[in-house]
Design a protein around this ligand. Structure first.
Ligand code: ATP
Ligand code: MG
Length: 722
């Protein structure tokens, strides 16, 4: 009926065609990076619509990032004439938010509920600990936060938990108190969006039936990274009659640390009677050498579902490896190469610099700014997380919902208006005693506290005056009337940059098109909380793309730099101790490498500033897992750093061929090698996993079989080769 001549289906390979035109049943597409999973998913949506099998309102598609959702919508709009904006295509958080905005009554939320991002959540927890007089040393806010989120992501409320040990008992208590606080303030954190949506559907049969009758087709990208709750939510929506179509790659599962379950793939096959996954084996993204290199790295993992990826694109160029003397010099190297790529005709937007940790972006940014190269950062140092932006947003949040305690605390005295710590303490105490929000407590102080009264008046005035203004005008009004603008105008140090960011916020508002213009401010605040930094990369000029490897998932670029390939950084030091952690890091490396179409750079530095001090890391094991014949080693360009700043075992030329010789020489110099088995009088047997320092001052990081990972100072530690 729909022969491959159909322009929509033209160019698909037979397996892709099978997947795209799969009947209205569930299916799992299990395939490696760049094999067209996302393309299949998008094309299937277009095909379902075009053949009239489903109306645009009858399907729901989940993607991993807002960027991916937008790309899918753009692609879809070019394939079929539909209004993609009204379709249910988005991230889990985005879709759940949409659901809760519609069913806020069922969810027990205020219609204008605000979303707490991770930083907001942490300050809410800090506030709670203080109110309950719980020591934040015994219960660090971060630990409490991760306990709460972990439970929510597993779908478990506090009242369903119990424990014998007093510590966990207290955590459960805090979880319950935190949820009560959120309810009082009418706010929801990220995990709450999902859990609340799930609970509303689970508790409300008629509603669930309504959605089940509506969404005949549910399609999920990056299925390997769904957690238990997300899968349970999908199951509620899909019921037993609808088609759940999922695509994923077990080798790209990189969110196990946040509860993602590769096991969901097996569960889906079982729950939806999927006999066998559809496999796609041809890679259309990367040149042969890149693909082979990535395959060689991921082959080191065990327990894989197994895949065979090939390409007919030809070998392409060799990978390029650069070992810099220092992190700064690594950044300079990258910038020089970017310039060269640009001269070769590559667009900056098609070049990405990837790193394992957000903190690495700072030095790259520094060099990029000096070089005058425009860049954008996805995730990480997020526009919407900057102080001045958060201040401005807090005023907007109060305009929408004055009971938002987080927002009130943030700006009640910013800019300074004489509402000191003591007044705030009093307000907190009053709100605790009366069981009301801070705003209600503030209103209750009446003429007793003039300054608080003035603040209440300011917010009321902003709300009244914003009525009838455009979104951008309303935001501009809030920035001016609150005194934020004046405050930053006086700030000689970084006021200029902060004002520029505030103006950027007004720009963002001007370019924001709400679904419901009457509700523009709420929608804008929601988008700000959900999208964080993703927005900026879209707007404006052509720019180099900077992001963490996690944020790069699903994306592709002509040229990719994977930077900071050092033991302790990538693989991350927290994951060196056990094999599970290491395998997840390796999948992350696989994701990083498979983002590249034509050219892939691997780089590392022999000296790096980390946590405020110099370290002398060793090249990442992942670099050495790439077959040597696929790599061209670029020779050092800059002057070497002064000898005394380098570890002796790094004195060898940084060429790959010399690698073995270097490690032999290093063994002569220091007596120790990474990977070497050692014995310690107290800790027993272990393996050297990292080293730093020079001369007499050498420290080794050792993974002891029985005592875990430890740093040992060789001046004191008694260590013998085992
Ligand atoms: P990842 O696992 O990284 O998310 P993926 O499997 O989702 O990758 P896609 O992003 O869908 O892969 O596809 C990779 C690239 O290959 C895209 O540029 C896509 O347009 C292209 N591509 C996919 N299938 C074909 C095809 N049949 N013919 C030509 N190009 C294709
Ligand atoms: Mg994809």
């Amino acid at each position: 009926l729909h022969a491959p001549q159909d322009p929509l289906l033209a160019g698909l390979n037979p397996e892709q065609l099978t997947a795209v035109t799969w009947p209205a049943k569930s299916a799992l597409v299990l395939a490696g990076a760049g094999s067209g999973k996302t393309r299949v998913l998008t094309t299937r949506i277009a095909w379902l619509l075009q053949t009239g099998q489903v109306a645009p309102s009858g399907l729901l598609a989940v993607t991993f990032t807002n960027k991916a959702a937008r790309e899918m919508q753009t692609r879809l709009a070019s394939l079929v004439p539909v209004n993609v904006r009204t379709m249910w295509i988005g991230t889990f958080h985005g879709l759940c938010n949409r659901f809760l905005r519609t069913h806020w009554r069922d969810a027990g939320l205020p219609q204008t509920f605000q979303i707490l991002d991770s930083a907001d959540q942490q300050s809410a927890i800090k506030r709670l600990l203080k109110a309950l007089e719980v020591s934040d040393e015994k219960f660090p806010p971060k630990a409490v936060q991760s306990f709460i989120n972990g439970q929510k992501e597993a779908g478990v409320r506090a009242d369903a938990l119990s424990a014998h040990d007093p510590y966990t008992k207290k955590l459960i208590e805090l979880y319950a108190a935190y949820d009560a606080q959120c309810r009082r303030e009418g706010v929801a954190d990220f995990a709450e969006l999902l859990l609340r949506s799930y609970e509303v559907l689970a508790a409300n049969r008629a509603l669930a039936e309504h959605y089940r009758a509506r969404f005949r087709h549910i399609l999920v990208d990056e299925f390997q990274d769904t957690n238990r709750l997300q899968y349970a939510w999908l199951k509620l929506l899909a019921g037993t009659n609808n088609a759940l179509f999922a695509v994923g790659d077990d080798d790209q599962s990189i969110y196990a640390f946040r509860g993602a379950e590769v096991g969901n793939m097996r569960a889906l096959m079982h729950d939806y009677s999927v006999a066998a996954p559809i496999r796609l084996e041809q890679n259309y993204r990367s040149a042969g050498n890149i693909l082979n290199a990535a395959n060689a790295v991921i082959e080191q993992n065990d327990g894989r579902l197994g895949k065979n990826l090939w390409t007919d694109a030809g070998e392409g160029e060799e990978l390029r490896l650069y070992e810099a003397y220092s992190d700064g010099e690594e950044a300079e190297f990258i910038v020089d190469e970017v310039r060269a790529l640009k001269r070769e005709g590559l667009s900056l937007a098609d070049i990405a610099i990837l790193y394992r940790s957000n903190a690495q972006s700072r030095i790259l940014e520094h060099v990029l700014v000096q070089a005058g190269l425009p860049y954008r950062i996805y995730g990480g140092l997020r526009f919407f997380e900057r102080q001045e932006i958060k201040h401005a947003l807090a005023y907007l949040r109060l305009m929408v919902n004055p009971d938002d305690d987080n927002a009130l605390l943030r700006v009640v005295n910013v800019p300074a208006r004489g509402i000191g710590a003591r007044t705030v303490e009093g307000l907190l105490a009053a709100s605790r005693e009366q069981g009301v929000t801070l705003w209600q407590a503030a209103c209750g102080t009446g003429p007793g506290n003039k300054k608080l009264g003035a603040f209440v008046l300011l917010i009321d005035k902003l709300r009244e005056r914003a009525d009838g203004l455009t979104l951008a005008e309303a935001i501009s009004l809030a920035i001016d009337e609150s005194g934020l603008r004046a405050m930053y105008e006086e700030d000689k140090k970084d006021g200029e940059e902060r004002l520029a960011n505030l103006d950027e916020l007004i720009n963002a508002a001007a370019g924001f098109f709400p679904d419901d213009p009457g509700n523009a401010l709420v929608e804008f605040l929601t988008a700000a909380a959900l999208e964080a930094g993703e927005h900026q990369a879209e707007a404006g000029q052509e720019a180099l793309q900077l992001m963490t490897v996690h944020a790069a998932k699903g994306l592709e670029f002509d040229a990719v730099f994977v930077s900071g390939l050092e033991e302790g950084l990538f693989p991350h030091e927290n994951s060196l101790a056990d094999n599970k952690g290491l395998q997840e890091e390796r999948r992350l490396m696989y994701v990083a490498m498979t983002r590249a179409r034509q050219r892939l750079y691997l780089s590392c530095a022999q000296q790096r500033m980390l946590h405020g001090r110099s370290s002398y890391p060793i090249r990442s094991r992942f670099v050495d897992e790439v077959p040597a014949e696929l790599v061209k080693v670029l020779s050092a360009r800059a002057k070497p750093a002064p000898q005394n700043q380098r570890a002796p075992w790094l004195d060898a030329a940084p060429s790959r061929g010399d690698r073995e010789a270097a490690s032999r020489r290093s063994a002569d110099a220091s007596g120790w090698r990474i990977g070497q088995s050692v014995e310690h009088a107290k800790f027993g047997l272990g393996v050297v996993i990292n080293a730093e320092g020079a001369g007499d001052d050498i420290r080794l990081q050792i993974n002891f079989a029985e005592h875990g990972v430890k740093w040992l100072d060789l001046r004191y530690a008694k260590l013998t080769p085992a």
